[in-house]
Write a protein that binds this ligand. Sequence first.
Ligand code: PMT
Length: 219
Amino acid sequence: FDRGLLSGKRVFITAGPTREALDPVRYISNHSSGKMGYALAEAAVDAGAQVTLISGPVNLPAPRRCQRIMVESAEQMLAASLENIDQCDIFIASAAVADYRPSAVAEHKLKKGKEEIMELHLIKNPDIVATVAALDHKPFTVGFAAETRDVIHYAQDKLARKNLDLIIANDVSRSDIGFNSDDNAVTVVGHDLVEQLPLCSKRQLASKIINMIAAKQVD
Ligand code: PMT
């Protein structure tokens, strides 16, 4: 592992889940632990990069030698991602961002009513990685694709639709990899590339992904 591989590069990484508030005490979220994103931040720091980690709520300590910005919602994650984006060379979106949020946040705790069914209205959240990839001077932009079926096919679709340079396809139908596990196995999909990275710890996998990004960014 070459420690100078990303020296002088600024890397932004989104990690963890977002929380979309319903009222002051409730939210919609998912099972992302942040482990994959934090492992990527550590690997990028080890490769010599200056790293900004934009993190949803997780129970992990900040990796050493990186700047961490804590956020809750997708809208906050977008705002934090766009701050200083003109200085960013590589943007890696490993966060599990909620696709939708409640259309209104109740000011007070919602009360249980007599009704057996309660309907929630949701509106679409902004797509953070697609917003970054649509910028005029876009950084080298890497997304993740969490899928439960047709993993490569959907990843290729997201790569094109979101204008990404690389996408990491993650089969999240398996409980030994993906959300919240310590290990992971992924397929790295680029415009001229499909490469499987077999099961290993998220930290080992993160180093392999960072090496591949560094190599791609140079060509
Ligand atoms: O956090 P861990 O427990 O370690 O788990 C890791 C992980 C499974 C969360 C991670 O490896 C992973 O797959 N992250 C992406 C999860 C996801 O939301 O995938 P998606 O296919 O829904 O989104 C595709 C891409 O768009 C992702 O890069 C995502 O960050 C991005 N996105 C999605 C929606 C949105 N509103 N904004 C985004 O930027």
